[in-house]
Design a protein around this ligand. Structure first.
Ligand code: SF4
Length: 223
């Protein structure tokens, strides 16, 4: 006779359901924007950090962007016009926060900027199979509007010290659109960059997560 099921047998390793904070397609809750940066992907890019992430990776370098409340709502058509009208950029990068938690708005934004000939790059804490398994048209549109997707939770115990902009070794680039291949080649062959900006809100750091992490380590002080 079979005994009771082992504890291991009832643990599921399947995809995690994707949590949506907003299903609106016409407005996006945004934490931060840098309109021209060389630190968030190949070339000069318009970087948008969305506000709110339902995941809680240990060592997340943007903890202030995790709560849903915070940042501010921006109208997607106006934001898209601002991206397209920014001189000298080759594309847009979405980070967070979690773009998949506002999939409809992110998809609408990507569709508009890609329609103007710009490339699109998205960082998500979900794995691509989790996004696909959700069977959500908004998530499908988000993937459909993305040229290069970097997926996976940030795992502090497995830092990636080699690939620019990729925080941990489990995170994987996926070429999803026509511009994705050249973007990936340029990303992997490029330098690991860290940008520091002094703005009205104080010092703003962007670029390689481990570099930011190391910079924020407490010093040893005077000998
Ligand atoms: S998915 Fe990204 S933003 Fe969300 S908790 Fe993890 S590292 Fe932070």
């Amino acid at each position: 006779m079979a005994g009771p099921p082992s504890r291991r047998a009832v643990v599921s390793s399947g995809p995690m359901p994707v949590t949506s904070y907003s299903r609106a397609a016409d407005r996006l809750r945004v934490a931060q924007i840098i309109s021209t940066t060389a630190a968030e992907g190949p070339g000069q890019r318009f970087a948008i950090w969305v506000q709110g992430c339902p995941l809680r990776c240990r060592g997340c370098c943007n903890p202030e962007m995790l709560p849903w409340r915070g940042g501010r709502w921006l109208a997607v058509p106006e934001l898209a016009r601002r991206v397209v009208g920014t001189p000298g950029i080759s594309g847009v990068t979405l980070l967070g926060g979690e773009p998949a938690a506002q999939a409809a708005a992110c998809a609408s934004l990507l569709r508009r900027v890609r329609g103007a000939g710009l490339s699109t790059m998205v960082f998500t804490g979900y794995r691509v199979d989790e996004l696909e398994a959700a069977g959500d048209p908004a998530l499908a549109a988000l993937l459909g509007g993305t040229d290069l997707l970097i997926d996976g939770r940030y795992e502090r115990s497995a830092p990636d010290g080699e690939r620019p902009l990729i925080g941990s070794r489990n995170q994987t680039p996926h070429v999803l659109g026509a511009a994705g291949g050249p973007l990936l080649t340029a990303l992997i062959g490029g330098a690991r960059r860290l940008e520091l900006r002094l703005g009205r809100g104080g010092l703003l750091l962007s670029g390689c997560p481990d570099a930011v992490d190391r910079l924020l380590q407490p010093g040893e002080g005077a000998p």
